[in-house]
Design a protein around this ligand. Sequence first.
Ligand code: R5P
Length: 291
Amino acid sequence: MIELLLAFDDEAHLATPLAGALGVPLQWVARHRFPDGESRLRLPPQLPPRVALLRGLQRPNEKLVELMIAALAARELGAERLTLVCPYLAYMRQDMAFQPGEAVSQRHVGRALAAWFDAVITVDPHLHRVASMDEVVPGRRGVALSAAPLLGAWAARHAQRPLLLGPDEEAAPWVRSAALAQGLEHATCVKQRSGDREVRVALPDLDVAGREVVLIDDVASTGRTLAVTAEALVARGAAAVDVAVTHALFVDDALAHLARAGVRHVWSTDSVVHASNAVSLVPLLADALRG
Ligand code: R5P
C-alpha cells in the first residue's frame, strides 16, 4: 500500500477523493511555467518510500517532460517504489507502423514510463495489437483497469433497456463487458477512418427502430466516430442515442457535432475532467492501489 499520493493541482478533482478513499496524505507538485515554456517543479522535500503520482496524459506533449522530471525528482527525494496512476494513458493507439518510417509511439512512450516508474496503473488503455499493460511497460507492473462495467451500469440506469453499441470492432471487449453484468444486448459497427475527422461507420444488421441505443467507447477525441454512428442510428429510427465513454477528450467542436447528430446525453468517467463526467473512477483506482 502507498504512503503518499502526489498530484498536480489541475487534477484535484480525482486526487482529493482518491487520497481520502485510501486514507493517505495528499501532497502537490507545484509548477511554475517560465516565459520560454520551460517548467520548474517543486515536490515535497522528503518523500516516503512508497509513493503514487497521479497524472493523466490528456495533452500529452506538454505533460510528458514534466512527468519525467517529477518521477526522477521523486526518486532523489526518497521514493523507492514509485507508481504512476495515469487514468488516461495517451499514445496507445499508434501500436504499429502503418507507413514505413512511422514511429510506434506506444512502444516508445511505454518504455519511457518503464524507465521512470515501477508500476503504471491506467484505465481502458487503447490496447489493440498488444495483449496487456505489462507488455507496454516492459519489466514493470502494468495494470489496465476497465470502466466498462461502470459505464454499462450507468447506461442501464439511465436508458430504457438500451442496446449497447461499439462504433468499431476494437470496442468489442469494452461493449461486451459493459453489457454483460447488466444482461443488455450489445453489438459493434465496422469503422473506416480516412482522416483525423473523416470517419465512416457501417451499422450491424440489427433492427434499431424505436430502441434506445448507448454508444460505448474508450475515448472520444474529435467526436466524429460517435457522431457518424449516431447519425446512422437516428436515420434508422432509433428512439434515442446516448454516448458513454471512459476518456472525454472531446476536442474543439466535438460536442457540437454530437448534438447536431442527435445525441441525447453524453456521459463519461472523470478520468479527464469534463462537463460530461458522470461516473467516478475513484473506487476503481483506490482498489487497484490497495492491491
Ligand atoms: C479508436 O479506435 C478509438 O477507440 C476511438 O473510437 C477514437 O479514438 C475516437 O476518435 P474520434 O473521437 O476523433 O473519432
